[in-house]
Design a protein around this ligand. Structure first.
Ligand SMILES: [Zn+2]
Length: 78
């Protein structure tokens, strides 16, 4: 949803282009795939994760973990 152009902190000339990547993580012995946001500089190619992207990525991973956890433990909770 972030559409503002951000200047690259590495070269201070390029503009960061928001990308979405897929990351596989292990959770309780299962491999799950989560999406994560990052940005690539149009000029120097640096891959950057801004603080707001990092926070969004973490929230998304936690959501995914909770979903898995709920599926695995819902019978125990009741
Ligand atoms: Zn750059």
């Amino acid at each position: 949803m972030e559409n503002q152009l951000v200047t690259c902190p590495m070269c201070e000339e390029g503009q960061l282009l928001v990308q979405v990547g897929l990351e596989q993580v292990n959770y309780q012995g299962k491999r799950i795939t989560v999406t994560y946001d990052f940005a690539i500089c149009s000029l120097c190619g640096s891959e950057i994760v801004t603080p707001s992207q990092a926070a969004a990525n973490q929230a998304r991973s936690l959501d995914e973990y909770r979903k898995r956890n709920g599926l695995l433990t819902s019978q125990e909770i009741q």
